[in-house]
Design a protein around this ligand. Structure first.
Ligand SMILES: [Zn+2]
Length: 340
């Protein structure tokens, strides 16, 4: 999700950014469009007043909250591992926050997906770091932190030879996977990087820290609004629900769904299983309603008028562009309508 601070100056910047965005809609298409908009959006935001707050979560895992996606940090003897890096403009502040927790080298960055509010800091932060991979295939000219992501993240950040890439090559993942899951053992902890297909995008990973008992969810789970899925980048409502169920399957509560496994959402506050179950139920109910309306042959206008999100709008609804309740209903409708 590309949403940042809700402060008035940010709102003005956002308004200007969304006007700026609309001019582009007619000119470009597909992925390039989304990448361009996100870049423009991040350029227009004012990051001067953003503070990076550090929250110890559990075990060796911390949550860093600033603007853009939440960062998950795991640190111990072997060094520092990050999940996502927020906007490029915040990298100095993020690095300062990391140093409050650990002075060890930054070894790994895992990207949950390609959006600029999660990968913008990749280049600068990886450059400060130092890879543990010194075996065959290692780039000893540039021994920066290893950037791990699903292969589709690299595909969306880079471009075929001869074409202009949407992001600088120093920000690209250096270690990609295209299987269902990638495993890592770091700082005395097993870490599962799990691909959740066609959810927020086509390249989403959730990251499970087994020993610390924390899941970093990326944007398949946000507490700040209805799920946003990037249809242009292969996102679907059913994929989001599958991803939420996958996290619920991993999570084990301490007592009556409270405590136990903690879940760091892509945006918003720290959660436990109870929170994500509630969210999954809400999303599933809305999906089922829209599905039934699609089956009846209702048009998009009719579905919107029937307000399938009604009782949830006070908690999750938004009339602020670009992520309004209407655009959410529209995305749900469109992915269900075109589903074979
Ligand atoms: Zn996102």
């Amino acid at each position: 999700m590309g949403s940042g601070s809700q402060k008035p100056e940010a709102r003005e910047a956002r308004r200007r950014a969304s006007l700026f965005h609309s001019g582009f809609w007619l000119l470009a298409s597909g992925f390039l469009l989304v990448a361009t908009l996100q870049f423009a959006y991040s350029q227009q935001q004012n990051f001067d007043n953003v503070e990076i707050k550090v929250l110890p979560v559990q075990g060796n895992v911390y949550m860093l909250v600033g603007a853009g996606g939440n960062i998950t940090l795991q640190a111990s003897e072997q060094g520092v591992l990050l999940v996502d890096t927020q906007f490029a403009q915040l990298s100095d502040k993020v690095l300062a926050a990391i140093r409050k927790i650990s002075n060890r080298p930054i070894r790994y960055i895992i990207n949950t997906h390609y959006h600029a509010d999660h990968t913008g800091g990749n280049e600068k932060i990886a450059d400060v770091g130092k890879t543990l991979n010194v075996g065959p295939g290692a780039n000893l000219q540039r021994p920066t932190a290893t950037i791990i992501a699903h292969i589709n993240v690299l595909n969306r950040m880079s471009a075929p030879a001869g074409q202009q890439a949407p992001t600088p090559s120093g920000a690209w993942p250096t270690d990609t996977y295209l299987t269902a899951q990638k495993e890592l053992y770091f700082n005395d902890e097993a870490i599962e990087i799990i691909h959740v297909p066609a959810a927020h995008t086509d390249g989403d990973s959730i990251v499970f820290f087994r020993k610390s008992d924390v899941v970093s969810a990326g944007d398949v789970f946000v507490t700040t609004g209805y799920p946003y899925f990037d249809v242009q980048a292969g996102g679907t409502i059913n994929g989001v629900i599958d991803a939420l169920n996958r996290i619920i399957h991993i999570a084990i509560p301490k007592h009556e769904q409270e405590g136990g496994t903690y879940i760091i959402p892509g945006h918003g506050r720290l959660c436990d299983e109870h929170d994500i179950v509630e969210y999954r139920d809400m999303v599933t109910i809305i999906r089922d309603r829209v599905q039934a309306m699609v089956k009846k042959g209702m048009t998009l206008e009719q579905v919107k008028a029937a307000r399938p999100t009604k009782e949830y709008d006070r908690r999750y609804g938004s009339t602020t562009s670009p992520r309004t309740t209407d655009t959410f209903v529209e995305a749900v409708y469109n992915t269900l309508k075109t589903k074979k």
